[in-house]
Design a protein around this ligand. Structure first.
Ligand SMILES: *[C@@H]1O[C@H](CO)[C@@H](O)[C@H](O)[C@H]1NC(C)=O
Ligand SMILES: *[C@@H]1O[C@H](CO)[C@@H](O)[C@H](O)[C@H]1NC(C)=O
Ligand SMILES: *[C@@H]1O[C@H](CO)[C@@H](O)[C@H](O)[C@H]1NC(C)=O
Ligand SMILES: *[C@@H]1O[C@H](CO)[C@@H](O)[C@H](O)[C@H]1NC(C)=O
Ligand SMILES: *[C@@H]1O[C@H](CO)[C@@H](O)[C@H](O)[C@H]1NC(C)=O
Length: 298
């Protein structure tokens, strides 16, 4: 692997200098944000997620946490099955001269620069956490769109009770709501809330575990013949999900009657402003998810 990296570098330098790695700048992928306006208030490393030379979504990545703060994408009504997951990594995080396409992990030992710069599959194996997608494969129409979500920079350590329970239900509910009533583009941003103190990590202290996950969508053009229970869900709506049954209940209360496997992993749906209030409290910084709170018509 190491040798091929330098070959790749040479090949790259000898043929082209204008293309830049898609790290550090959202400029090439602003189409995944409502009004081309990335969320404000979170520091991190922008990644324009590119697969087979096509931009698919955008991620704000945290190098110290080796996991994302959020991923942003345009929802498209899904078809087909979840692809068999071939997990990928981002060579450009380790090698700035790489061309910015995510690539599947090769068999065999990994380049240490890659291991240093991002999470790798062994971080998750036997960890008691699943690889939880922020941008889920189930919100995409094309096979390529679905496959591109299987990059570990789009993934956080998520308890199975959340990933296979209430959080998956949320993804399905959002799918149905947007498929039925969103008439134009639906912009989705899904991110994490860290522990307030006493950060949790996968073993080896490499990958930070979030206390909560959050998600919000903005659908400026929608069918206004909404059923009563969806009247507050447009043009924008949000949710926060628990990722730790031991968390306190101020943000998301626990329903003690749900089946044990999913108990303590509740998701609370809420207005965008309520989500932004919790984000502000936890990050000690004003966080704006959508341009003009998704209220502008354009
Ligand atoms: C995971 O745990 C199993 C059973 O304890 C063990 O055989 C395997 O080697 C472990 N794998 C890793 C990658 O640690
Ligand atoms: C998403 O919603 C569409 C339209 O209702 C439906 O056909 C599809 O099966 C749903 N997909 C998932 C993964 O829930
Ligand atoms: C809007 O929703 C109503 C009620 O579900 C439906 O009858 C109508 O066809 C929808 N209009 C559009 C443009 O999708
Ligand atoms: C919750 O607390 C118990 C008891 O302190 C501990 O064993 C367990 O690992 C904690 N769970 C998580 C997800 O941190
Ligand atoms: C709690 O969960 C039970 C079983 O899933 C459900 O019937 C009930 O409506 C839930 N209660 C609340 C307050 O959400």
């Amino acid at each position: 692997m190491l040798r091929s990296w330098s070959q790749l570098t040479l090949a790259f330098l000898s043929c082209c200098c204008s293309a830049v790695a898609d790290v550090g700048d959202f400029a090439p992928c602003l189409q995944f944000f409502y009004s081309s306006w990335p969320p404000k208030g979170l520091p991190g490393t922008p990644i324009c997620q590119r697969y087979n030379n096509n931009y698919q979504f955008a991620t704000l990545y945290s190098r110290p946490r080796r996991s994302p703060w959020f991923s942003a994408y345009v929802y498209t009504v899904p078809t087909g099955k979840r692809p068999s997951s071939s997990w990928k990594f981002e060579p450009q995080l380790a090698h700035p001269e790489a061309n910015g396409n995510m690539i599947p992990f090769p068999p065999g030992p990994l380049d240490q620069n890659v291991v240093e710069s991002q999470a790798v599959n062994p971080d998750y194996i036997n960890s008691s956490y699943t690889r939880g997608h922020l941008n889920p494969s189930s919100h995409h129409h094309t096979h390529e769109g679905r496959s591109s979500t299987f990059t570990l920079t789009n993934v956080v350590p998520q308890k199975c009770g959340s990933n296979d329970g209430p959080w998956e239900n949320l993804e399905q509910t959002v799918n149905q709501t947007l498929a039925a009533y969103c008439l134009g583009q639906a912009y989705v941003v899904t991110g994490v809330i860290p522990y307030r103190s006493d950060e949790h990590w996968l073993r080896n202290h490499r990958v930070a575990v979030p206390e909560y996950m959050w998600s919000a969508y903005c659908c400026p053009k929608y069918n206004d013949s909404l059923p009563d229970h969806l009247k507050t869900h447009f043009p924008t709506y949000a949710a926060v999900g628990r990722n730790d049954p031991n968390s306190t209940e101020e943000i998301v209360p626990v329903n003690k009657t749900v089946k044990k496997a999913f108990r303590g992993y509740d998701v609370r749906e809420m207005a965008l402003e309520t989500l932004e209030m919790y984000l502000k409290d936890r990050f000690s910084s004003v966080i704006r998810v959508f341009y003009q709170s998704c209220s502008a018509s354009d």
